[in-house]
Design a protein around this ligand. Structure first.
Ligand SMILES: Nc1ncnc2c1ncn2[C@@H]1O[C@H](COP(=O)(O)OP(=O)(O)OP(=O)(O)O)[C@@H](O)[C@H]1O
Ligand SMILES: [Mg+2]
Length: 224
């Protein structure tokens, strides 16, 4: 369960404190998927960073399965983030010198324990599920934009995180490719029963989600 309680974000700036989010509260259970929309600058990326333990809320709390990552020691927090949270960004940030399979395996490199054979099987299965079995040895430079984004999705899911956060995952893709990447995200979400949150400017993408949130004027509200 993801529980967000009265989260606010204030950035210090030379011109004084800038409040971008005020008293954001919501919860999502495993198996639930939500789209998040809002104007540019409304605080969507800021919120995702707090949900993903990349940035602390100015006030309020975020817990995942009852655990507050900011209450952990720094190394435990890094492990928590790596194991529990999957990120997909608009710019896929793949390692150029690594193959598709190696890129998908990156999050598993720092994982303690686990069965290497099982990890490799899951990574290969994910590469297949995202439709890149015949590109598994390609480096990112030898992939299309949509293919790179599918590698990024497989990488985000390889540790089977509880929470998957996507920031405009289809922002750089044409409409048909965007639709297939979105369908893939939802399909893998159903298989892994994670909590999926997708930030998007695309009404078409947002409409595919059973739960919808909108951020306007520093507030988050759930759309009916
Ligand atoms: N580190 C920071 N310091 C000061 N202000 C910041 C910082 N990061 C973001 N902001 C400001 O906070 C506001 C929200 O930014 P954020 O990136 O969360 O918006 P967004 O909804 O993701 O926008 P977009 O749709 O354009 O990506 C913006 O006005 C931005 O200028
Ligand atoms: Mg943003």
């Amino acid at each position: 369960m993801l529980q967000v309680t009265n989260v606010s974000k204030v950035y210090p700036t030379p011109r004084g404190p800038l409040e971008v989010l005020t008293n954001v509260s919501f919860s999502l259970a495993p198996g639930q998927a939500a789209a998040m929309t809002g104007p540019s600058g409304s605080g969507k990326t800021s919120l995702l960073c707090m949900l993903g333990a990349l940035d602390a809320p100015s006030s309020g709390t975020v817990t995942l399965d009852g655990r507050d990552p900011f209450a952990l020691a720094p190394d435990q927090m890094a492990e928590f983030r790596n194991a529990q949270i999957g990120f997909v960004f608009q710019d896929h940030c793949l390692l150029p010198q690594c193959s598709v399979l190696e890129n998908v395996l990156v999050p598993t490199l720092v994982a303690r324990g686990g069965d290497p054979g099982e990890t490799m099987r899951l990574a290969r299965a994910l590469v297949e599920q995202v439709g890149l079995a015949d590109r598994i040895d390609h480096r990112p430079a030898a992939l299309s934009g949509g293919e790179k984004q599918r590698v990024a999705i497989a990488r985000a899911l390889v540790r089977q995180p509880r929470l998957v956060l996507c920031d405009e995952p289809t922002g750089n893709l044409d409409q048909a490719t965007a639709a297939s990447v979105a369908a893939l995200l939802l399909d893998l979400h159903r298989r892994q029963q994670n909590i999926l949150i997708v930030v998007t400017h695309s009404e078409r993408l947002a409409a595919q989600f059973p739960i919808r949130f909108e951020i306007t004027d520093r507030r988050l509200r759930r759309l009916p």
